[in-house]
Design a protein. Structure first.
Length: 338
């Protein structure tokens, strides 16, 4: 039973919540990746996640992170990302929020050049939140992700609305990607219920196959999210314009353009020749927030062509909370209705 008050600082990035806990229970493991595995098995740590995600303190689409020690002194801190169904391997919107939080809290001093690198260890590797400032005001954050790459060009997946061809790419987590038009849908609120149902079908089918396996680290295996996108064509400057909604975990809807999902899309679009270096992906979400993504560099990972994606967005503090658990409360850790 949690008996002490839990303090959080909450942000949103592109409309997606991110709840930061700076003093979680002690979590075993030498690295952040090891801590994630331990956290999933630790009743106290997982109980805190459930408490903060579940109603009445959270909701079915809540997201957040526990601040932990980094893998080594080369990073400022580590983070374990979580949602209503467990702990994820990556989170771009959370990284953007953490960059702003690190500057605004004074944890990382502002570089006088106006660009400050906040280095963060996450379960999938080491990422950077490159924070741009004007005086004391944060103006933008570049999420510099780990190497991202295509796992499978196209996989035909049966669904209740007919077969769909999905690309599968890794951007810190593994994402299936499919045009919403393949189902006669669009990325809009009217289609959202059908999109959530389809995401569950696609994810369940793929997770029962080898298509969901990560080639280097089994801890990164599993389809984390399904990205449904609308291709809006190219702008006058040649940049791509897409709108997407990413459904991750068990039917959880990302309100933002999704940072790690955008990275997976960058890898896919670069591999198909649609997004060369020097061009940008203007990536909008279902709520209208827009981030800009590009290929910063290319590399090779396990004989695969990979890209280093950079996703530019913003994050804003929404509140600070002090949650308590009444010892007589019989609704702990809470509930979700979806």
């Amino acid at each position: 039973m949690i008996t002490e008050a839990i303090t959080t600082t909450d942000y949103h990035a592109g409309g997606e919540p991110f709840r930061i806990v700076t003093s979680p229970p002690e979590i075993a493991g030498e690295t952040v990746a090891e801590k994630r595995v331990a956290a999933m098995k630790d009743p106290e740590v997982d109980g805190l996640r459930r408490l903060l995600c579940s109603e009445p303190r959270g909701h079915a689409d809540m997201y957040g992170g526990f601040i932990v020690a980094p893998d080594d002194p080369g990073a400022h801190f580590g983070v374990l990302f979580w949602h209503k169904d467990g702990f994820s391997t990556a989170c771009g919107h959370g990284t953007i929020a953490l960059g702003v939080w690190a500057i605004q809290s004074g944890l990382v001093p502002v570089d006088p050049t106006g660009v400050t690198d906040v280095v963060i260890d996450v379960p999938s590797g080491r990422v950077v939140a490159r924070v741009s400032t004007a005086a004391t005001k944060v103006t933008a954050v570049d999420f510099v992700n780990i190497a991202s790459y295509v796992l499978h060009d196209e996989v035909e997946v049966p669904t209740s609305r007919g077969p769909a061809r999905c690309a599968i790419s890794f951007g810190g987590a593994i994402y299936a990607q499919v045009p919403a038009s393949a189902f006669g849908l669009a990325v809009d609120v009217a289609s959202l219920t059908a999109i959530i149902d389809l995401s569950r079908e696609i994810k369940a089918w793929l997770n029962a196959t080898d298509y969901a396996a990560h080639p280097l680290d089994p801890r990164l295996s599993g389809i984390y999210g399904v990205i449904f996108f609308d291709d809006l064509g190219s702008a006058a400057d040649g940049n791509l314009q897409h709108r997407n909604v990413t459904v991750f975990a068990d039917g959880e809807v990302d309100r933002s353009p999704c940072g790690s999902g955008t990275s997976a899309r960058v890898a896919t679009l670069h591999a198909t020749g649609q997004l060369p270096k020097g061009k940008a992906l203007v990536h909008s979400s279902i709520v209208g927030s827009t981030w800009i993504a590009r290929v910063a560099d290319t590399t090779e990972i396990a004989d695969r062509h990979a890209v280093i994606p950079v996703v530019t967005g913003r994050a804003f503090r929404t509140g600070e909370h002090r949650f308590i658990v009444d010892p007589d409360d019989d609704m702990v850790p809470g509930f979700v209705l979806r």
